[in-house]
Ligand binder design. Structure first.
Ligand SMILES: Cc1cc2nc3c(=O)[nH]c(=O)nc-3n(C[C@H](O)[C@H](O)[C@H](O)COP(=O)(O)OP(=O)(O)OC[C@H]3O[C@@H](n4cnc5c(N)ncnc54)[C@H](O)[C@@H]3O)c2cc1C
Length: 296
């Protein structure tokens, strides 16, 4: 059994599926792997750019930002088709779903064209600079300081867990601009080029994979950032943070529902999980889809 949507949504799905069938890069061209969440191999840059140009990258966006003004259910089936085939639309996921999305929501027109469009077209990559030692779940405790000096901010402090920073061109950095305000109110957001003097990136592995380096410590020592790189209002960074993470979370569950179905499908013929368990897993996957789409 498989739940389907209204005919217009299924037509949209079929159109995207046909595009994928006709345009997915041949496997032989995709041998170069991504080494971090901000490193996009050349073939994947071409693939992401094609999706952007054809309005299939983020179909909910207007055409100038890689979409076709699709409604929520159309965006849902678009992600389903990608997840079902195990196809990524970008190898810089945080660039696409957090940073470009935040710039489109909170940036000026100039900022959208300077940073969001190049991220969406895979011309540059980006990392998120939120977490710090001592400011993880409690993000509002962040202490990296930015002081306005003429037409520049001067940054001092440290970020941690900054995925892909060593390969990124820019970091969306959450910084404290008013230390006297209540902690949620004194935060601002800056686009910081990673080649700025005084910025140091130190990648590190994990306990499970010491050579798989995606996380970074990022240090700011008197890093000067143009005031024009401020995203949104001064001291209103908390609203940007909530918007940024909302973008990431909205449809994250969908890939998990699809994974559940894929796992069930792949393992059933080869294992002894049994028809009863197989049916239960498939029903669970469908239930997640149904609940998720109903909540859109
Ligand atoms: C794969 C991965 C990629 C990441 N990439 C990035 C990135 O690109 N950029 C970035 O800025 N950050 C990134 N992070 C960091 C992530 O956002 C933080 O790990 C997260 O905010 C939690 O912070 P922490 O690790 O300091 O844990 P803590 O905040 O110290 O929390 C530790 C534990 O305590 C619990 N806890 C905390 N506060 C409370 C409370 N008040 N009540 C009850 N329980 C509590 C938490 O649930 C958790 O289980 C990444 C993390 C992961 C796992």
């Amino acid at each position: 059994m498989r739940l389907t949507f209204d005919a217009d949504v299924e037509e949209f799905r079929a159109e995207f599926a046909a595009f994928l069938d006709a345009n997915l890069p041949p496997e032989a061209d995709t041998v170069e792997r991504s080494r971090s969440s901000a490193h996009i191999p050349a073939w994947a840059r071409r693939w992401q750019r094609l999706l952007f140009d054809e309005g299939w990258l983020l179909p909910g966006n207007p055409p100038e930002f890689g979409g076709r003004n699709a409604d929520l259910l159309q965006q849902f089936v678009h992600l389903e088709e990608l997840a079902r085939r195990g196809v990524y639309h970008s190898f810089n996921p945080q660039g696409l779903s957090i940073i470009a999305a935040s710039l489109l929501s909170f940036g000026t027109d100039a900022q959208k064209h300077r940073w969001a469009v190049p991220i969406l077209r895979a011309e540059i990559t980006a990392s998120v600079g939120m977490s710090e030692p001592g400011a993880g779940s409690d993000l509002a405790s962040l202490r990296t300081r930015a002081v306005l000096d003429g037409d520049h901010f001067v940054l001092n402090g440290q970020k941690i867990w900054t995925s892909g920073a060593h390969d990124a061109d820019i970091i969306l950095a959450f910084v404290r601009t008013d230390p006297d305000a209540p902690k949620h109110r004194g935060i601002s957001v800056l686009v910081v080029p990673t080649d700025s003097p005084g910025l140091t990136r130190r990648p590190f592995g994990t306990m499970l994979a010491t050579t798989d380096q995606d996380f970074n410590e990022v240090f700011f020592d008197d890093v000067r950032v143009p005031a024009a790189n401020l995203i949104g209002e001064l001291n209103q960074g908390w609203a940007v943070a909530n918007g940024s993470l909302g973008h990431e979370r909205t449809m994250m569950w969908l890939s998990f529902a699809t994974s559940l179905e894929t796992i069930a499908r792949n393992f059933h013929p080869r294992t002894e999980i049994g028809d009863q368990h197989y049916a239960t897993l498939c029903m669970d996957g469908q239930a997640v889809r149904l609940l998720g789409s109903a909540a859109l």
